[in-house]
Design a protein around this ligand. Sequence first.
Ligand SMILES: [Zn+2]
Length: 339
Amino acid sequence: MNNENVFPMTFVVFDMEWNQPIPYMPSPVDPKILPGEIIEIGAVKVQMLSENEYILSRPFSMVIRPVYYRIMNKQVSKVINKSTDDLKSGLPFEEVYRRFLEWCGEDYVLCTWGDSDISILKANLKIHGLSSEINDRFLDIQPLFGRVAENTAQQRSVAYAVDFYRIPQTDDFHSAERDAWYEARILKEALIDYFVIRSKDPGNEKDCPHLRTYISNPNLTTQKKWRSEVFSSEKEAIKMTLREPMNCPICEAPLDCEIEWFASGHTWLSLWMCPTHGSLSGKVRAKRTPKQEFFGGGQLRFVNGNAARYVREKWQEKNEKEDRSAIIASKYEEKCEEM
Ligand SMILES: [Zn+2]
């Protein structure tokens, strides 16, 4: 059996609600710095005992008393069904976050649906003077669901996935807690599907990439940039830029190549892995100088599951195109032989 991870493994599925500034009122803080102030955190732990045995915890749920956007934005209020008064009973953000971390425990993969919660969480941590470093293993459930349930990169809603897995609907929870509960159920089903698909076809990285490719470190922002010398031809500039040795920007270790450089339109893409620090994507483009000569600009940066998937899909598209043209070419040859 390809036991891919050490069991038991814990996933903390969390969901947040946040309030937004009211457009016609002066905002106490630049909305670019704080696009949303968190007013509720809900979470459910999914403990994986084996490939098809999972235990879901009781939800964690706490309301936060906002200090910046204290009046409920009407649009937000409609969606999450909370009033300005409801928020007054909340606890300060620092207190709720501390309790949340305690509840999470140690050694877990943090999960959300989509990756917008992470940036909101970081913005809230920063504005409260806390470190914006969060758990170093993060998984976005949305692309995992898409791949294992439907073999698609299409972004689906939580409601869609709930229907897809026929998860019973419940109204007994607060909004963040309820969403976390649904997302945890979806994660469980998606993991079961994942292991079934992998066990049937273990090496099939194309249709079912390894679980670790969905897990990234949201704290890594280091990147590396380089450029080639100037050449008279664009082709030469690209060729030289692609020769750059690929080492991890953090530990300098040589990277394992997951997808070799390939052209996608005018951009060259590639995918790499540092065994310690995770997935990185490479990007190279030719740039023109005022003298009509060329140099190549390269960038290597850490990527989350979504960005890595983008590269993977561009690569698949290219391969499929090549497959199609190979088929057309061989049909053409057959025809020629018949004639
Ligand atoms: Zn590294």
